[in-house]
Design a protein around this ligand. Structure first.
Ligand code: FAD
Length: 603
């Protein structure tokens, strides 16, 4: 089959909407729902069928200080989140999120989320890492759960609510790049229908990115293969910064050697980590809360146990998560998904045997900088924060920042619903004042996307075979570079080596041919577009991590072991186009609550 030029016959068809949401995970669907309910013409674009978005994989639950199991209030939740963030989270944003949480969970219940129940009929809440009562005194139970399939329940309910309201959904449509008008305001996006490679322009004065995480930049990860940070790639190419990209959460309990997640809920229900000597080693690293210390602390503890020779298995390369002392019926009722994963991938029933685990890349704390209203921020010439007109980001792709240097379990499902809803509310208000109008796209911005698309068409015609390279090999090598150079522990030399290896990845990407020339579900071409998004993410991660000469939250430098608030209590901003790093202050001033001053973080 020969490849046809996608633009030779017709100009691209344009369709206009009041608002366009790119991404149909929890963040995108919550936003779409509010806009549809308010009567706006909204479109949601998703590269997979909505209920296959990564939100579906969220196991453990969503945090809210309902106080159903232990006494609780949102100020304690706020304190725990700020402490968990190692004081890098913006306190006004964290205050906003924690204050909204109880309302958000009740609203989800009314949308149909089948939360697990206590005997008295109230929503079940489990203990998760980093949760305390009364500002650190004792463990709280704050995570609302639907067994260990909470994300699945939330995503399906939100999808069904959107169907009820008739939201327009372009599923299996891939968003390639953003368009702007002559004044620089974002006002469109070029998409590709994956089923037949037809391209179109969707235009609107309000474009919201809800494209999820980018865990695929690391080799071992818990993320879906679609989590390639496409929104971040679009923003980086448009000349805007990525914030705090040095902070990646390594979840302590991935299935060893495979990466799939064994949720923190397993430890919340009483599971214990043991080394080769059978020792429950977390008491050494977090004497008070032991296995429920926050994720960065537990991941480092596991890495140290293995590095010091106390790892399990023939290669001494993992530790064990032991649930065998728990009631088998509790495991079957509260952790059915985890039992399933363990039995499927390592042939171990956790009721009878411990599960082999090792840290795996799980979550991106950094992302596209935004304010509380989801409006994307950049720096102006004077170094002040400035809103990018027409562009919004919510969910894991955004950095508000509520997670700072380390996210607490159960806070991401909360983040995506709170800020998805808030950004949509702000757009809806703007639309009431200023109804959407068709505004022409800047020709230069269109031309740039055309050039990118044509490049991959021509790549299908490049003689494959002159080189034995291919897209998947390049992606694999990028993931290996990241894992070796910028993993759980970091130091200057290995990061410099990793950064030095990235230009060769870019060169290979420029030369590589594509074998698949078809226009029907051309997954190889899609992988090429996705890989072009992972590259700026890799640059931003290593450059920001190399610059930050301290250890904070998930960013652990062996050559700078201490947190350094005098020099580094600030956010990093990486501009991919000119490969420059800038910084901005952390907001330590909540709106109504007293600020929480940075303290040493102990659990
Ligand atoms: C295994 C696992 C378990 C987790 N468990 C929990 C938990 O228990 N509690 C918790 O709080 N958090 C948990 N998290 C984190 C949390 O689930 C995610 O951070 C959150 O669901 C992300 O939601 P989102 O809406 O931002 O993105 P996603 O759900 O990832 O959705 C992204 C959407 O963007 C679309 N998209 C992306 N790129 C494009 C493109 N170029 N064009 C068109 N569409 C595009 C995709 O099709 C998809 O619809 C977990 C994460 C993982 C990986």
């Amino acid at each position: 089959m020969t490849t046809t030029d996608p633009f030779s016959s017709n100009a691209l068809q344009s369709t206009s909407f009041d608002a366009i949401v790119i991404g149909a995970g929890g963040a995108g669907l919550r936003a779409g729902l509010l806009l549809a309910e308010a009567g706006h013409k909204v479109a949601i674009v998703s590269k997979v069928f909505p209920t296959r978005s990564h939100t579906v994989a969220a196991q453990g639950g969503i945090n809210a200080a309902l106080g159903n199991v232990t006494p609780d209030n949102w100020q304690w939740h706020m304190y725990d989140t700020i402490k968990g963030s190692d004081y890098l989270g913006d306190q006004d944003a964290i205050e906003f999120m924690c204050e909204q949480a109880s309302h958000i969970v009740r609203e989800l219940e009314h949308f149909g989320v089948p939360f697990s129940r206590l005997e008295n009929g109230k929503i079940y809440q489990r203990a998760f890492g980093g949760q305390s009562q009364n500002f650190g005194e004792k463990q709280a139970h704050r995570t609302c759960a639907a067994a260990d399939r909470t994300g699945h329940a939330i995503l399906h309910s939100l999808y069904q609510q959107n169907i009820r309201l008739g939201t327009t959904i372009f599923d299996e449509h891939y968003a390639i790049d953003l368009l702007h008008n002559d004044g620089g305001a974002i006002n469109g996006v070029v998409t590709m229908n994956m089923q037949n490679s037809e391209y179109q322009i969707l235009q609107s004065p309000h474009i919201m990115l809800a494209t999820g995480g980018a865990g695929q930049v690391f080799r071992t990860n818990t993320n879906a293969s679609i989590n390639t940070g496409d929104g971040l790639g679009m923003v980086a190419r448009a000349g805007y910064p990525l914030q705090d990209m040095e902070f990646w959460q390594f979840h302590p309990t991935g299935v060893a050697g495979k990466g799939m997640l064994i949720s923190e809920a397993a430890r919340g229900e009483g599971g214990v980590l043991r080394n080769a000597e059978g020792d429950a080693f977390m008491k050494k690293y977090a004497p008070n809360v032991k296995d429920l210390a926050s994720r960065d602390v537990v991941s480092r503890a596991i890495a140290i146990e293995v590095n010091e020779g106390r790892g399990c298995g023939p290669n001494k390369d993992h530790v064990l998560l032991d649930l065998t002392h728990l009631d088998g019926d509790i495991i079957k009722k509260r952790l059915p998904g985890i039992r399933d994963i363990s039995m499927t991938f390592v042939d171990i029933d956790p009721v009878e045997e411990p599960i082999p685990v090792f840290p795996t890349c799980h979550y991106m704390m950094g992302g596209i900088p935004t304010n509380i209203n989801g409006e994307v921020l950049t720096q102006n010439a004077e170094g002040q924060s400035e809103v990018v007109q027409g562009l919004y980001a919510v969910g894991e792709c955004a950095c508000v920042s509520v997670h700072g240097a380390n996210r607490l379990g159960g806070n991401s499902l909360l983040d995506i619903v709170v800020f998805g809803r808030q950004a949509a509310k702000v757009i809806s208000e703007k639309l009431s004042d200023n109804p959407a109008q068709d505004l022409p796209q800047n020709q230069d911005s269109l031309h740039k996307v055309y050039t990118r698309i044509k490049n991959w068409y021509n790549a299908s015609n490049r003689k494959h075979g002159s080189t034995d390279d291919d897209i998947y090999k390049i992606k694999h090598d990028l993931q290996r570079i990241m894992e070796q150079g910028c993993g759980v522990f970091r130091e200057r030399e290995s990061m410099q080596k990793a950064l030095g290896a990235l230009p060769a990845i870019e060169e290979r990407l420029e030369r590589v041919g594509l074998k698949d020339t078809s226009n029907i579900f051309n997954i190889e071409r899609l992988a090429a577009f996705e890989l072009e998004n992972l590259v700026p993410i890799a640059y931003a991660t290593i450059a920001s991590a190399l610059a930050r000469e301290e250890s904070r939250g998930a960013h652990s430098r062996i050559d700078f072991e201490e947190r350094d608030d005098d020099n580094w209590l600030k956010h990093s901003l990486y501009f991919y186009q000119n490969r420059q790093l800038d910084f901005k202050a952390v907001n330590l001033q909540p709106k109504s609550h007293e600020p929480f001053e940075p303290k040493k973080r102990v659990y």
